[in-house]
Design a protein around this ligand. Sequence first.
Ligand SMILES: N[C@H](CCC[C@H](N)C(=O)O)C(=O)O
Length: 284
Amino acid sequence: MKKFNFTKMHALGNNYIYIDMFKEQIEEERLASLAVSVSDIHKGIGSDGMILICPSEVAPVKMRIFNNDGSEGRNCGNGLRCVAKYAYENGIVESEQFAIETLSGIVQAYVHIDRGIVEEVTINMGKPRLSREQIPMKGESAESIVNEKATFAGQEYNITAVSMGNPHVIFYIDHIEKAPLTTLGPIVEKDERFPEGVNVEFVEVVNEKEVHFRVWERGSGITQACGTGACAAVVSSVLNDKVERDAPVVVHLAGGDLTIEWKSDGDVFMKGEAKTVCKGEYYY
Ligand SMILES: N[C@H](CCC[C@H](N)C(=O)O)C(=O)O
């Protein structure tokens, strides 16, 4: 019987099982199935997925994220804030500002400390990727997908697609409580126009500094929050002239609020909480 130590953490309710790979060793071929089993609420620990906190050759720490279906994501905003908290509180880093490597590039983290505990983290998520090829999304035109007509399940919608290193498609609706998460979410997630799948977001614009947001995540389904999705939603809303650029926008997610700002230099900043739930041993 093998075992590893884990830390369960969440950010606005988007919770993952974190494994410190500076201390643990797990075979690469076991990772996808482990992500499924640790996430199982009945036979495992219960989470939206699994995140590895790894050594890196290009940064003090590297994040790898696995959804609860075992698929590996290329970025995770809520995960980054929790990795930053863990790295600072466990002595992997000593500075309050440091780089984190992800599969989609290197980001900068800034931990906000209160009596030795990291309560909030700001991440410079870098620049959104907007070309069709970068999303990726199949289609004729090469340029960005902004307010483009697209039909899903026989109904026509206007969509905007944004990558934050992982793919997102945004639908605007009038009442967030009516977001068709379980009906439209899984259909769009697996639509063949998105060769790598896609995270599906629904946004209700309150005003130029505030939006409501719900998400059906690629590989995990409905979650309480999606950090990269919130960034994509603000970028999309700027591109659609619904919110201000170079100004903090409050995104109200099911699990709480994130403050997102798409600066004129191109970088997207995300600020929000990161929390430790518990620690334990997992046997497999
Ligand atoms: N489901 C996402 C990964 C998790 C992203 C989300 N939890 C976040 O906070 O950004 C994907 O497959 O691209």
